[in-house]
Design a binder for this molecule. Sequence first.
Ligand code: GTP
Ligand code: MG
Length: 238
Amino acid sequence: MVYIVIPTYNEKENIEKLVREICKQPIRGLRVLIVDDNSPDGTGKIADKLSLELPVDVLHREKKQGLGVAYRAGFKYALQKGADFIFEMDADFSHQPQDLSRLLLECQNGAALAIGSRKVKGGKIIGWNFKRKLYSNGAMWLAKILLGLKTRDITAGFRCFRAETLKKIDYENIQSNGYAFQVEMVYRLEKAGLKITEVPVVFPDREFGKSKLNRKDIIEFFRKVFKLFLYRICKNKV
Ligand SMILES: Nc1nc2c(ncn2[C@@H]2O[C@H](COP(=O)(O)OP(=O)(O)OP(=O)(O)O)[C@@H](O)[C@H]2O)c(=O)[nH]1
Ligand SMILES: [Mg+2]
């Protein structure tokens, strides 16, 4: 079984169209899990309606708690249901449904994690301005140097995990709540010596709805990177 976990917060313009496109993909045993944080725009209700008609499950959470929290809940649910492969995917069409099969294939061929990467040959971002690119590249560069990571696109949120991978890395104990979650996952996998494959994807900026990237998540990102860096150097000294 293949679970596509989609965290949502105010995605009413995107969620139905996205889920319908995902369900058209030629993937056997596919199910979608929407993890909605009580979106004020009614995304959760749209998700419930879709679940009556399509292979869709919905997890309703009380309030907005961040991406990392939503993914931890989603992974737990999918593993309990017996998923073999579990995807992370945004609801805003930056992650394109037609790329799902290519990521899945890499995991079926032995990767512990396949990342839809914007930073390998053939991958790219469409629609970001110079400032956004600069901030994103700068933050990634710093995190990669400090943590000694080999993966190129460490913040990408389009990912396919083998179920065993999640069981091995004790994801439930990851502390990051926002976007730092993505970096901490890559860090844990690389330290555990698990195979990460990057698959080139085109990443268009969202057309509908608003970005949820906020100051709190950005601060958490840098705090987490420095914390892992300190942990890394202290451990090497012992
Ligand atoms: N459940 C839940 N979902 C969230 C939360 N924050 C963001 N999301 C969802 O996570 C996905 C990624 O969020 P985006 O706002 O697209 O963040 P981004 O892709 O970094 O930023 P953009 O470039 O503006 O798209 C989307 O599906 C959001 O609806 C949250 O606190 N809870
Ligand atoms: Mg987005």
